[in-house]
Write a protein that binds this ligand. Structure first.
Ligand code: SF4
Ligand code: SF4
Length: 192
């Protein structure tokens, strides 16, 4: 190997190292999109469309909107919901179905939202609690109407008004396009 090839190789190595270092330094000072989880747990935000866990908003007295109709259970393709109800007699002597226990198995759920869509009362919804990992499989079955617990109503996100398309004005007589003038049919003479 002659000295020219030898020093040329060293120069190439230094050049390549400089290019690599230049890229590293540039990336180091760039704005990073990486989320520093779990350090940022308190400030993490998600869009309202995220579906993490089904919940039933209710107060401390276990008052909720559910009428135990079972439509969500029927709509669920995975048998992830179990609505346990009983018949009670109201003060005016009428029979009424009442929810006893609303069980939801998050381990089976595929977050399709069919149950929420099927509910005529808006009694269930998906929340933003994303940390659902457990060591005990039985903890994946949740009772959503827990007496003594509380599940707050979330304020509904503001919906931006839809832009209204301007109405097309009906064409006035003056602006109507003129129909082409009728022409008299002309006879064509056959030449003998
Ligand atoms: S999101 Fe779908 S799979 Fe999950 S409980 Fe509701 S209907 Fe069932
Ligand atoms: S959550 Fe809704 S659909 Fe399900 S049982 Fe209650 S009222 Fe019916």
């Amino acid at each position: 190997m002659d000295s020219k090839t030898y020093f040329g190789g060293i120069l190439d190595a230094v050049k390549s190292l400089t290019i690599g270092l230049k890229t590293s330094i540039k990336v180091f000072f760039e704005h990073h999109e990486t989320e520093q989880y779990p350090e940022n747990r308190d400030t993490l935000t998600f869009t309202d469309r995220n579906r993490f866990c089904l919940e039933m908003p209710h107060n401390e007295n276990n008052e909720h909107k559910c009428i135990a109709c079972g439509l969500c259970q029927m709509a669920c393709p995975n048998d992830s919901i179990s609505v346990i109800s009983e018949m009670v007699t109201t003060e005016d002597g009428k029979k009424k179905k009442q929810l006893v226990k609303y069980e939801y198995n998050i381990g089976q759920c595929m977050f399709c939202n069919l149950c929420v869509t099927a509910c005529p009362q808006g009694a269930i919804r998906f929340n933003q609690e994303f940390e659902q990992a457990v060591f005990d499989k039985s903890k994946l079955i949740k009772v959503l109407n827990q007496p003594g617990s509380k599940c707050q109503e979330r304020p509904k996100p503001a919906v931006a008004p839809k832009p209204v398309a301007p109405k097309a004005e009906p064409a006035s007589e003056a602006t109507k396009p003129e129909a082409p003038a009728a022409t008299e049919p002309t006879e064509t003479k056959k030449e003998d």
